[in-house]
Design a protein around this ligand. Structure first.
Ligand SMILES: [Zn+2]
Length: 63
């Protein structure tokens, strides 16, 4: 079960292939090679990476 590394919410919606949206903290999650990449959607619609905030250990996703 996918869990948001930012807010630990499990309320994750699927929005595309390997692409998810966290309804807890409103960030986008994409999964690449078992690692969760996190992106925040800015007001102008661009995505900024939040990956620096998390250790790789926290972003590992075991399906
Ligand atoms: Zn979240």
């Amino acid at each position: 079960m996918l869990k948001c590394p930012n807010c630990n919410s499990k309320d994750i919606g699927k929005i595309g292939i390997s692409q998810y949206y966290c309804w807890g903290c409103f960030i986008e999650l994409t999964i690449t090679k078992g690692i969760i990449n996190t992106h925040q959607v800015e007001e102008d619609g661009t995505l900024s990476s939040l990956d620096d905030l998390f250790a790789e250990e926290e972003r590992r996703y075991l399906s």
